[in-house]
Design a protein around this ligand. Structure first.
Ligand code: MSP
Length: 679
C-alpha cells in the first residue's frame, strides 16, 4: 500500500485555538481523508509547540508553571480537534520526553555528519518572543516583521547553525525540486530570500530555561524553532527506542507535505531543509503555504478583539458547515475573509437548499413512489439510458479528483455542487411526481429516480472528505454496504447502486436556519468564550467585587495587554502596571437605540469628556434605550474598535452579571464629572 505523510504546524500552546488554527487542521483532515479514499495509508501529525519564552512569561503572569499552562491548553486543542472530527493519527507535544530525545539526537547526528555546521559564539541582536524570530543582528531597537511588536535585546553566548554555508545547497534543491514550495509565487519569495545571502542562525539560548537542554551544555536550551521543526520527525517515532515507533518513522519519513501558513515559510523552506541536510536526513517533499483567514479584512488578533472561535459555529450549525464554508469560500493559498454572516448564507444556500434538499426530495420520492427500491430491469434500463446526467457525473468526478490533487478545494466543491444543480434541474424537467401518477410511466419514473439517487451517491463520495457527517448520513439512507470513507474515490463507477437496495428517507441533514437568530446564538457563545479568556485577570484583580459582564464592543483583552496568553481559570494576580493599561472613564449616555437584527444589542452614543463615542453593548435584555439617556456609566476607553453586527463599537461599558446572567450597569451614587478617569 502506498503511504502518505502530512503535517500541520504545531500550534503555540499559549492560547486557545481560533478559526485560523482550525483552518490548517481542517484542510489537512480533508487531504488525509481524500488520500485514504485513494487507497493510501496516511499518517497525519498535529500537535502543540510548548516551549519558548512567551510560554514561560505567560505562565509567570498567571503564577502557574509553564508545564501547567501547556498541559491545560494542549487539551483544549485536542478537544477541539475531536469536536471537528479531525482524524489525525499522531499528536506530538514538544514537552514530551520522546520529543526531547529526538531533538538531542538530531543535533548529535548533525555534529557527527557535519562537524562544521555548529559553532559556539557570542550573539547580540533583537528577538521577537511572540513569533520566536531573530529580528536583527544588532542591538538597535527593532520591530518584529510578523507581529510588529518591539523585539527584545539578546546578548549572550549561543550555539550557531552555519546557515550561510547552505545557500548553494538550498538553491540546488529548489532547482532539483521545482514544486518544493507551493504556491509558485511563495516559492519565488523564498528563492529571492536565499539568493540575497543567508546569515547564520543561533539555535540555542542561555537566558531562558523553558526549553530542551543542549545535550552536553545544559546551561543552553534549544531555540524553539529548532525544537519545533524536529516535531515533524519525533511525532512519528524518530530516535524512539520502541521499534514500533521507529519503524513508523522509517516507513513514513520524509513527509509528503508540511502544510503551513504563509508567515512561517522561511522556517520551513530555508531553515528546516538546511538542518536536515546537515544531519544527512531525507528532506520533506513539499512545503505548502496557505494564506491567512482574515476577519473583516483584518488579521485576527486578541488585541483587536476580532478573533472568531470555531466551537460556536460547530455547536449551532454543525461540523460540516464550518468545514464546507472554510474550503469553499477561500481560494486555497490566498488570504480569505471569515464572516459568520457569509457562513450562514452559504449554509442555507449550498447545504440546506443544495445537498440537503436534493437528498431529501430524491430519497423521499423513492420511498413514496417506488417502495424504496429498484428492480433489476429498472436498474438495467437506467444504466443503459445514455442520460446526459451520467456523462455530467463522470466528467465532474474526473475534475474533482484533479482539483483535490492540486489542493484546489474551492474548485473541487464548485464542481461537486454544479452536479447537485444538474440533478435538481434534471428532476424539474423530468417531473417524477407527474410520472408517479401514471402506472404506465413506472419504468421511466424508476430510471429518473435511479439516475438522481445514483448521482447523489457519486456526490456523497466526492464530497465526503469535506462534509463527512452529512454524506455519511445520506449514505446510510442509501443503504450502502461499505462505509463511504472506505469507497475508492479514484475508482468511482456510475451504476454501483445495486437493484434491490432498500433505500430509506434520510434524516434532515442540514435544516434551514434563520439568519438573525443563528447570528445571535453564535455571537452569544463567542462572547462567552472571550469572557472565559479574560475572566481571571479582569475579575480577580480589579477592585470591583462582581465579575464584569461582557457588555461592550469587545470583551477581549484590553488593548496593550499581552496578546499571547489566554489566561486559564484561577485567581491570577496582575501587577498595578497591568491594571494601569486599562483606561476606565466616566461616560454619559447621550442617545441609545436598538441595533437592527440583534435582540440583545444597543447602540449608544456616550460622552466621555473630550469626545462622544459610539459603543455597542449587549444590554438590551436589561435596559430600554430611553431609560439610559443621561445616565452616567463606566467605560473601558482604550479598547480597539470592533464591529458587532456590522456596527462599529469604540469601547466597552462595564457591568456586573446577575445570577441569571442579566447585565447590571456600573454607576455612581455621588456626582462625578463626565470624562473622569477611574484608578
Ligand atoms: N508554533 C509555530 C509553528 C511551528 S511548526 C514547526 C506557530 N504556531 S502558531 O500557533 O502561531 O501558528 C500555527 C499555524 O496557524 C500557522 O501555520 C499559522 O499560519 C496558522 N494560523 C494562525 N492564524 C491564522 C489565521 N488567521 N489564518 C490562517 N492560518 C492561521 O507558528
Amino acid at each position: 500500500m502506498e503511504k502518505y505523510y502530512l503535517t500541520t504546524p504545531i500550534y503555540y500552546a499559549n492560547s486557545r485555538p481560533h478559526v485560523g488554527s482550525a483552518y490548517t487542521t481542517i484542510v489537512c483532515d480533508v487531504i488525509a481523508r481524500y488520500k485514504r479514499m485513494c487507497g493510501y495509508e496516511v499518517a497525519y501529525l498535529t500537535g502543540t509547540d510548548e516551549h519558548g519564552v512567551n510560554i514561560e512569561r505567560a505562565a509567570e503572569k498567571l503564577s502557574i508553571t509553564p508545564q501547567q499552562l501547556v498541559d491545560k491548553n494542549q487539551q483544549i486543542f485536542r478537544d477541539l480537534w475531536k469536536l471537528l472530527g479531525i482524524q489525525y493519527t499522531d499528536f506530538i507535544r514538544t514537552t514530551s520526553p520522546e520529543h526531547a530525545r529526538a531533538v538531542q539526537e538530531l543535533i548529535r547526528l548533525t555534529r557527527q555528519k557535519s562537524p562544521q555546521a555548529i559553532e559556539k559564539r557570542r550573539y547580540e541582536g533583537r528577538y521577537c518572543i511572540y513569533d520566536n524570530l531573530y529580528v536583527s543582528d544588532s542591538a538597535e531597537p527593532a520591530h518584529c516583521p510578523i507581529c510588529n511588536r518591539p523585539a527584545e535585546l539578546i546578548s549572550e553566548e549561543n550555539y550557531f547553525f552555519r546557515l550561510s554555508d547552505y545557500q548553494q545547497k538550498l538553491l540546488d534543491l529548489y532547482e532539483r525540486q521545482p514544486d518544493f514550495v507551493q504556491p509558485d509565487f511563495r516559492f519565488n519569495e523564498v528563492k529571492s530570500f536565499v539568493q540575497a545571502g543567508l546569515k547564520d542562525v543561533s539555535i540555542s539560548r542561555m537566558s531562558i530555561k523553558w526549553g530542551i537542554p543542549w545535550p552536553d551544555d545544559p546551561d543552553h536550551v534549544f531555540y524553539v524553532w529548532y525544537d519545533a521543526l524536529t516535531s515533524y520527525m519525533s511525532g512519528i517515532g524518530f530516535a524512539d527506542p520502541d521499534p514500533a515507533r521507529s519503524g513508523k518513522f522509517e516507513r513514513f519519513w520524509p513527509a509528503d507535505v508540511h502544510m503551513i501558513g504563509k508567515e512561517i515559510i522561511r522556517f520551513h523552506a530555508v531553515y528546516w531543509p538546511a538542518f536536515l541536510m546537515a544531519a544527512d536526513l531525507p528532506l520533506p517533499k513539499r512545503i505548502h503555504a496557505h494564506g491567512w483567514l482574515l476577519f473583516e479584512q483584518e488579521k485576527m488578533s486578541k488585541s483587536k478583539g476580532n478573533v472568531a472561535y470555531p466551537e460556536p459555529i460547530v455547536k449551532v450549525l454543525g461540523n460540516d458547515a464550518l468545514r464546507y464554508y472554510l474550503l469553499r469560500e477561500t481560494v486555497f493559498g490566498q488570504d480569505g475573509n471569515f464572516s459568520r454572516e457569509a457562513l450562514i448564507t452559504r449554509y442555507n444556500a449550498d447545504l440546506a437548499n443544495g445537498l440537503g434538499n436534493l437528498a431529501s426530495r430524491t430519497l423521499t420520492m423513492i420511498a413514496d413512489y417506488l417502495h424504496g427500491t429498484f428492480s433489476i430491469d429498472e436498474w438495467d434500463a437506467a444504466v443503459k439510458s445514455n442520460l446526459q446526467l451520467i456523462r455530467i457525473a463522470n466528467s465532474a468526478a474526473a475534475q474533482v479528483k484533479k482539483h483535490y490533487n492540486r489542493f484546489d478545494f474551492s474548485s473541487a466543491l464548485e464542481a461537486i455542487w454544479s452536479v447537485i444543480g444538474e440533478v435538481d434541474q434534471f428532476l424539474t424537467v423530468e417531473k417524477p411526481w407527474t410520472k408517479a401518477k401514471n402506472p404506465e410511466d413506472r419504468q421511466s419514473l424508476a430510471v429518473v429516480l435511479y439516475a438522481a439517487a445514483e448521482t447523489l451517491r457519486f456526490v456523497c463520495v466526492l464530497a465526503h472528505p469535506v462534509v463527512p457527517e452529512a454524506t455519511q448520513k445520506i449514505w446510510a439512507a442509501l443503504a450502502q454496504p461499505v462505509a463511504v470513507n472506505d469507497v475508492r474515490i479514484d475508482e468511482l463507477i456510475w451504476g454501483e447502486l445495486k437493484p434491490g437496495t432498500r433505500i430509506s428517507k434520510p434524516e434532515a441533514v442540514f435544516p434551514r436556519v434563520d439568519k438573525k437568530e443563528t447570528m445571535e446564538r453564535v455571537e452569544a457563545m463567542e462572547q462567552e468564550i472571550r469572557g472565559e479568556g479574560t475572566k481571571a485577570p479582569a475579575a480577580e484583580s480589579s477592585a470591583a467585587a462582581a465579575t464584569p459582564a461582557a457588555t461592550g464592543g469587545t470583551s477581549a483583552a484590553p488593548a496593550g495587554a499581552p496578546t499571547a496568553a489566554a489566561p486559564p481559570d484561577g485567581a491570577a494576580k496582575i501587577a498595578i502596571d497591568d491594571f494601569a493599561k486599562v483606561e476606565l472613564r466616566v461616560g454619559q449616555v447621550k442617545s441609545a437605540e436598538k441595533v437592527a437584527g440583534a435582540d440583545k444589542l444597543l447602540k449608544l452614543m456616550v460622552d466621555i469628556g473630550d469626545e462622544v463615542r459610539q459603543i455597542v453593548a449587549g444590554i438590551a435584555v436589561s435596559y430600554q434605550p430611553d431609560e439610559l439617556v443621561g445616565r452616567k456609566v463606566v467605560i473601558v476607553a482604550n479598547l480597539a474598535p470592533r464591529k458587532l453586527r456590522g456596527v462599529e463599537s469604540n469601547g466597552m461599558i462595564v457591568a456586573a452579571s446577575t445570577a441569571e446572567g442579566k447585565p447590571v450597569l456600573c454607576t455612581f451614587t455621588e456626582e462625578v464629572p463626565v470624562g473622569a478617569k477611574l484608578k
